[in-house]
Design a protein around this ligand. Structure first.
Ligand SMILES: [Zn+2]
Length: 274
């Protein structure tokens, strides 16, 4: 079965309570949820798994009311929404004392100053570096590698050398950074670009006339930069996706509401027309 068909079948199947659809959902998306939770929260893997189980319970509660609100037309839109959902849920549980004291977390103003005047790809590198990604990961995530981005590296080195030198993917300031992302998502204007349009641009389906004002706007808008870089993250994740091990799926299935699998009627029962 192709991935495309699978995505289209998985969400409606989960919403009907199909155990098979939930097994597919857990197999596909648990690794991504765990990766994002680890990068953004700094929790250990048990705590990340507990947060994911709880999120699954809420997604499936009340006949999957929350899951039904997610985009169903394109998997990348769904993944961006899932990432935001996990961050939104983690935000109130993060503590300021988790954040590194030196260098202090960038405020929104400090971030906008750091990004100011940089070309768009350099802004993406700066944003994702501060978000928690190592330069090694970013080389795989972004089309332009950090090696070519001399000026942005110099600016990061001046204020945030610790973020630049880190080799593992982990945010230095889970509380402050996730809080800023949540605020940026809520802070959109009429000039902001819908995710679907960003995906068209990423796929090379937009003309220069469509793309140019969108990119110009994005160099000054944290809402759009956050949305665009989250798209980069899910696309990079999708390229390297590995399914969650089958033996670990069954314990997670207990976290969601599934209908009971009917045992196949015996031949005798079928002969009796039962
Ligand atoms: Zn915007």
């Amino acid at each position: 079965m192709s991935k495309l068909i699978t995505f289209y079948r998985v969400l409606p199947g989960c919403e009907e309570g199909s155990p098979e659809a939930w097994r597919a959902f857990l197999g596909f998306y648990t690794p991504m949820a765990m990766d994002f939770l680890r990068v953004y929260t700094n929790w250990d893997s048990d705590a990340c798994l507990a947060a994911w189980r709880e999120a699954l319970g809420d997604l499936s509660a009340n006949q999957c009311a929350e899951l039904k609100a997610f985009p169903h037309q394109a998997e990348r839109e769904f993944l961006v929404a899932l990432r935001a959902f996990l961050q939104d849920r983690a935000a109130p549980r993060l503590k300021a004392r988790q954040d590194a004291a030196t260098p202090p977390a960038p405020t929104r103003e400090a971030l906008m100053t750091l990004l100011s005047g940089l070309p768009i790809v350099h802004q993406e590198i700066a944003f994702l570096t501060l978000a928690g990604y190592s330069q090694k990961t970013l080389e795989k995530t972004l089309p332009a590698t950090p090696k070519v981005a001399g000026e942005v590296l110099a600016r990061l080195r001046a204020g945030y050398a610790a973020a630049l030198e880190r080799t593992e993917d982990q945010c230095l300031w889970p509380f402050a950074w996730v809080g800023m992302c949540v605020a940026a998502r809520a802070d959109s204007s009429k000039d902001c670009t819908p995710l679907r349009q960003l995906i068209r641009i990423l796929d090379g389906q937009a003309t220069w006339y469509e793309k140019s004002p969108v990119e110009e706007h994005r160099t000054k808008c944290l809402h759009c930069l956050e949305l665009w870089t989250s798209l980069m993250e899910v696309v990079a994740w999708d390229r390297t996706r590995q399914p969650w091990p089958e033996e670990k799926i069954e314990p997670l299935l207990a976290a969601v509401s599934v209908r009971k699998e009917k045992p196949k009627p015996s031949l005798f029962a079928r002969m009796l027309g039962k």
